[in-house]
Write a protein that binds this ligand. Structure first.
Ligand code: PEP
Ligand code: MN
Length: 637
């Protein structure tokens, strides 16, 4: 059962509830959500829920209807993010795990690890204990294989995962690896699940060859009841009558599972198809189905591979697949997980002196909770960072400049609406902030209303003018007589319709706004043009910039300047860029306040490195006035 606690519950009250449940023989887990804190009580014990309901601090008690409890979405509404070393799986991320089927030699795993890391994989796989159909096939290198896998992981700064086949190996394995893998054949090996669960470590749980989704989730429940809450599910094909492929990839399991559980679910197209040429299309199908990642087998000499050669991608094929996944990710509203670079201790120490300790940063954005800007925040920062919703863009800049927020996220451009000019102007005048990052979000609009409202009830629809304009075609065709009311913010429109209990109105906004306000999506995806993306800048004060920028390689610079009023003035600047082979990505001009008919220019430049820019800057300064570097960042696409 789920015990929903009052907002102001004290720790004494919480402890009393927990003790009462434990005394009755329940396993108790606390789940702290964005809104509520709940206790999940599971086990074989029976209790009259009213006994708990009357305890101080309890808001209500709800039974969990599913046989799996800890794994159930009923218990935890928010996605679980599983941390494997520095890599995070779940939420808006796509994590790619790759490597050979088996670790065959030290040289082999080091070679392949380097290649998959270079292409963008974030977790290294490789079997050391191989459960083979035939006892005469290669059984894996055992502990020697684990050693090589660990060495490869350390050398290329990647967490590693490998399959565990026996409870007696768990103890040895846990010192070598970052995530256990339970293979399809062992999904219902309950003794193994219990032993692995006890470690509390992350576990990748493959779906059994002929397991139903419910049986699969029950296996996850075993792991969770034994002590780990870090479980990643993996669809790897099931056995059907079809013989053309090794197994039948059950793509539909991905959205089904994601509805039933808060745990992340990924897919393995290699074991699902068994055929190299089918792996990439099915990997993309998995991503399109909503998978939080994929696991693929890669080998640089698959003809000689000791296992699963025919389904292993060549490194070049894997690299192409990574590029396709990168292109597909924003379409499904996700971003490809990258390995955060190591932040040098000197930078950490420097920012700790002046800023908030990392992990407790506050991130400012404009709009209400659930706004597209918050989606950009979640895409860039981890889910547990605190957010500071601000009324307008200037407030975001102020919060960052004053140190109330460590970072801010501001929209700068939409593929349909063009530049967000106000933010360019603010970037120019707010000299205490600098651009440190970039992020891209696909804008999907939905028709959102209070539960129970039907389309035919709607008389008014509220949204930001951009939201209304971007859904014009849908509104014209389906709701021609409905009044369109502009609102300052999309997510704000949703909370307004909710708070006013409107049963004859709807709002247009992104799905997080519906989830955040417990509202219903009546019609999803009503935007006229699906190629609707917004680009955001991450801003910070100078002292926090290095920490953020050290996450990935800087390849962009944003600058502003004015040019004298004479022929060819701008051309002179562009010529300097051309001579230094600097690619101009964007050029924007804005009128200068108080100087009619004079303009500042904003340039976004593709750069090779920051240090190499000094000469160019010196030359550009000679030709311009008011030159300022607005910031450096890593390109988002
Ligand atoms: C593997 O990933 O190496 C493997 C054996 O997969 P499965 O358990 O899905 O067959
Ligand atoms: Mn394999």
């Amino acid at each position: 059962m789920i015990i929903i606690l009052n907002q102001g519950v004290t720790s004494d009250e919480k402890n009393a509830i927990r003790s009462a449940l434990k005394e009755k023989g329940f396993i108790v887990k606390e789940i702290v959500g964005q809104e509520d804190t709940v206790l999940g009580a599971v086990g074989t014990a029976r209790i009259d829920p009213r006994m708990i309901e009357i305890m101080p601090g309890v808001s209500r008690v709800v039974p969990i209807s599913k046989p799996y409890k800890l794994a159930s979405r009923e218990l935890k509404k928010e996605d679980t993010i599983v941390s494997v070393g520095k890599v995070r799986i779940g939420g808006g991320r796509i994590a790619v795990m790759a490597g050979p089927c088996a670790v065959e030699s030290r040289d082999q795993i080091l070679r392949i690890a380097g290649k998959v890391r270079e292409a963008g994989a974030v977790i290294l796989r490789g079997g050391a204990y191989k459960p083979r159909t035939s006892p005469y096939s290669f059984q894996g290198l055992g502990e020697e294989g684990l050693r090589y896998l660990r060495e490869a992981g350390d050398m290329f700064d990647m967490p590693v995962t490998t399959e565990v086949v026996s409870p007696r190996d768990v103890d040895v394995m846990k010192d070598y690896i970052d995530m256990f893998q339970i293979g399809a054949r062992n999904m219902q090996n309950f003794e193994l699940l219990k032993e692995v669960g006890k470690t509390g470590m992350p576990v990748l749980l493959k779906r059994g060859l002929s397991a139903t989704i419910e049986e699969w989730l029950m296996a996850a429940e075993y792991l969770m009841a034994s002590g780990t809450d870090q479980v990643v599910l993996c669809e790897r094909g099931i056995r059907t009558f079809e013989k053309a492929t090794r197994n039948t990839l059950d793509c539909s399991a991905i959205p089904v599972v994601q509805k039933l559980t808060h745990l992340p679910v990924i897919g393995d197209p290699s074991h699902a198809t068994g055929i190299r040429d089918m792996v990439s299309p099915m990997a993309l199908a998995l991503v399109a189905s909503g998978a939080s990642g994929i696991m693929v087998e890669v080998h640089d000499n698959p003809d000689k591979a000791l296992s699963d050669g025919p389904q292993s991608l060549y490194p070049e094929q894997f690299e192409r697949l990574m590029r396709d996944i990168e292109a597909l990710a924003p379409v499904v509203g996700k971003s490809v997980e990258r390995i955060p670079r190591i932040v040098p201790e000197s930078i950490k120490a420097e920012s700790a002196k002046v800023g908030t300790p990392s992990g407790s940063a506050v991130i400012a954005f404009q709009g209400e909770r659930g706004a597209f800007s918050e989606l950009a925040v979640r895409r860039t920062f981890s889910e547990d960072e605190k957010v500071l919703p601000c009324k307008n863009f200037k407030d975001v800049f102020d919060a960052v400049a004053k140190g109330e927020a460590k970072y801010g996220v501001i929209p700068v451009e939409n593929t349909l609406g063009g530049s967000v000019l106000e933010n360019y102007d603010l970037l120019k005048v707010e000299e205490n902030v600098t651009v440190v990052g970039e992020c891209e979000v696909r804008i999907i609009h939905n028709l959102i209303a209070n539960p129970g409202v039907r389309i035919e009830d709607i008389k008014r629809v509220y949204s930001h003018p951009q939201g209304l304009a971007q859904c014009k075609e849908y509104l014209d065709v389906h709701l021609p007589n409905v009044e369109r009311i502009p609102f300052f913010d999309t997510a704000g429109a949703v909370s307004y319709v909710k708070n006013e209990h409107m049963m004859d109105a709807a709002a247009i906004a992104g799905s997080p706004a519906a989830v955040h306000n417990s509202m219903e999506i009546l019609v999803p995806g009503i935007e006229t043009n699906p190629r609707n993306y917004t680009r955001f800048f991450v801003i910070s004060r100078e002292e926090n910039a290095a920490e953020f920028r050290s996450r990935s390689k800087i390849d962009m610079a944003s600058v502003t300047f004015c040019v004298p009023d004479k022929p060819g003035a701008l051309l002179n600047v562009l010529d300097i860029l051309r001579k230094h082979e600097i690619n101009l990505q964007k050029l924007e001009s804005r009128p200068i306040l108080g100087k009619p008919w004079e303009y500042s220019f904003f340039l976004e430049l593709e750069i090779k490195d920051v240090a190499g820019l000094d000469d160019v800057v010196a030359l550009v300064k000679e030709q311009t006035t008011g030159f300022r570097i607005l910031g450096y960042y890593t390109k988002a696409h």
